[in-house]
Design a protein around this ligand. Structure first.
Ligand code: PLP
Length: 543
């Protein structure tokens, strides 16, 4: 008998699979599900039809993301739902038990108790370190627990669990499903156990935290296919809403991944920064960092609660984890500043002006994120057109801002669409990031480059206008068509709502194109600095 069959509730063995209309076959007339045949009056996707209960493309994409096979993964309504499905499939009321490692995420005990199972708890050490032996001791006292939940890094204490410890525990408990909840795995430096699920090891992942889709409710369980089959059997009929499936497919599109990566890195850097500052605060008795949050032990939680309420900042008090225990999520720059202010720390850092734009058309799929006030601006640019990447790098490098930009486009036809759409998206992102444009005016930069000279004038007036004075004799530099240069500045002018004048003279087309982009970046740097980058907007008001 397989492990799954041995551990599953025996009373479920003759449970029939959920009776569904089945996934739609394209081109068939669908009169099988009592759906309403008319367009929904809600706009957006076709939600008058039932969704695919387990959409193969999403299953495949998530399997690829986590490094497992599609039949090892079951997509759930958030990983909360995966916890519930495990409890429903494996726990008999009044007979079975689970083990958790307190203090931890409350959903494990909650769903087990709803199912009528007993919950036993091991504990982290007093200093919140994972105690492998303590966990094994609790598991080995009495009947084997059906499920052991290990949250790594642990919510709320940030405790990491060494993957080797999880492997050893799984080997020591052959009659227990050992479930590693890696909800914050993207923020951890340990490798994911999803790569080696099988036997009695199960991994939970979610798109709620690292991928910013908490509202879509998409997560998954990763396990041996026989365990997955049982989760499928106890799943509700159509668990995943169509808009959530669409959102997940969009957010996980390959060109979106560099922005996710950049955001994870920013959250990690901000976590370190916040931790450093808060460690210096008297009332903070202890501080642990992990995932996308901090766990603090404060001297007087009531007093802190009053000050937080007055500042309109919400955090999670965790008195059951520790007297004075507080879990704090890492927020945006402005949100983190508000938190620090409650602890009496005023930030000297300028405003965190950032904006992200996604732009999908028939020809291109683009994501751009700009960070105008980054301490250490990073640039990752991939448009599929090498020379253009280099030019955009010049704009961000000379402009002094962080830029993550990726485009999947029809470059097999030519670069035209990608070049123009990227310029539009970049302009839009810059426009959104500079905000209300208080105190912004006109800027210019002239740049000699060997025999070439380029001059760029920018007026961030809100009125788009583009003028390009110059011409090129070569058709291409690298893989970039020179005739696209004026188009790029026109697109930027349109989407940034700026007047942009470019004048370029010289003999070498490579120099001429490059000089335009460099000078544009330099002129932009002046504009961005004046637009509040130094924290001193002028009094001229809105232009
Ligand atoms: C947030 C969280 C989850 C649940 O996330 P979903 O939004 O349900 O996917 C699961 N486990 C832990 C430890 C969490 O912090």
């Amino acid at each position: 008998m397989s492990l799954a069959d041995r551990l599953v509730r025996p009373d479920l063995k003759d449970l029939p699979p959920v009776d569904l209309a089945g996934a739609p076959i394209p081109g068939t007339i669908r009169l099988d599900a009592n759906e309403n045949p008319y367009e929904p009056l809600a706009g957006g996707p076709t939600i008058n039809r039932y969704p695919d209960p387990q959409p193969a493309p999403l299953r495949a994409r998530m399997a690829d993301l986590y490094g497992c096979q599609p039949d090892q993964l079951w997509v759930t309504r958030g990983s909360d739902d995966a916890i519930d499905l495990l409890c429903r499939a494996f726990l008999r009321p009044g007979e079975d038990r689970i083990v958790v490692v307190e203090p931890t995420f409350s959903a494990y005990a909650q769903f087990a108790r709803i199912q009528g199972a007993k919950v036993d708890a091991a504990r982290l050490t007093d200093d919140y370190v994972f105690d492998e032996q303590a966990v094994l001791d609790v598991c080995k006292q009495g009947i084997a627990p059906k499920l052991l939940f290990l949250c790594t890094p642990n919510n709320p204490t940030a405790t990491p669990i060494d993957p080797d410890a999880v492997r050893r525990i799984a080997a020591a408990l052959p009659d227990t499903l050992v479930i590693a909840d890696e909800a914050y795995g993207e923020f951890a430096d340990t490798t994911s156990l999803a790569l080696e699920v099988g036997g009695n090891m199960v991994v939970l992942r979610t798109l709620s935290k690292a991928y910013g889709l908490a509202g879509a409710r998409i997560g998954c369980a990763i396990a041996d296919p026989e365990i997955i089959d049982w989760l499928a059997r106890v799943s509700p009929p159509y668990p995943l809403p169509t808009p959530s499936i669409d959102a997940a497919m969009k957010a996980l599109a390959p060109e979106r991944m560099p922005v996710h990566q950049a955001r994870i890195e920013k959250l990690l850097a901000d976590r370190t920064g916040l931790a450093q500052q808060l460690r210096g605060v008297d009332e903070v008795r202890a501080l642990y960092e992990g995932g996308s949050y901090l766990f603090l032990i404060v001297a007087d939680p009531q007093d802190l609660a009053r000050r937080l309420a007055a500042a309109g900042v919400k955090v999670r008090f965790r008195p059951n984890a520790a007297p004075g225990g507080v879990r704090v999520s890492i927020g945006t720059d402005a949100e983190n500043r508000a938190l620090l202010a409650v602890f009496g720390i005023s930030a000297e850092r300028p405003q965190g002006r950032r904006a992200a734009i996604t732009r999908d058309t028939g020809e291109t799929a683009i994501v751009v994120e700009v960070d105008l006030d980054a301490d250490d601006p990073k640039r990752r640019i991939d448009t599929g057109i090498g020379f253009y990447d280099h030019m955009l790098d010049q704009i961000a490098g000379h402009g002094g801002f962080g830029l993550t930009l990726a485009c999947t486009g029809d470059t097999h036809i030519d670069g035209h669409h990608s070049i123009e759409d990227v310029a539009l998206a970049l302009g839009e992102a810059l426009d959104a990031a500079v905000g209300d444009r208080k105190g912004i005016g006109r800027f210019g930069f002239a740049l000699p480059m060997d025999e070439t000279s380029a001059e760029v004038l920018i007026d961030l007036s809100g009125r788009p206008f583009a003028k390009f004075d110059g011409d090129f004799s070569d058709e291409k530099v690298g893989d970039f068509p020179t005739q696209m240069t004026p188009h790029v500045f026109r697109s930027l002018a349109d989407s940034m709502r700026a007047a942009i004048h470019v004048r370029v003279k010289g003999d070498n087309d490579h120099h001429k194109v490059e000089a335009c982009f460099k000078a544009f970046g330099r002129a932009l740097r002046q504009g961005l600095a004046t637009a509040g980058g130094g924290g001193v907007p002028s009094t001229k008001g809105v232009l």
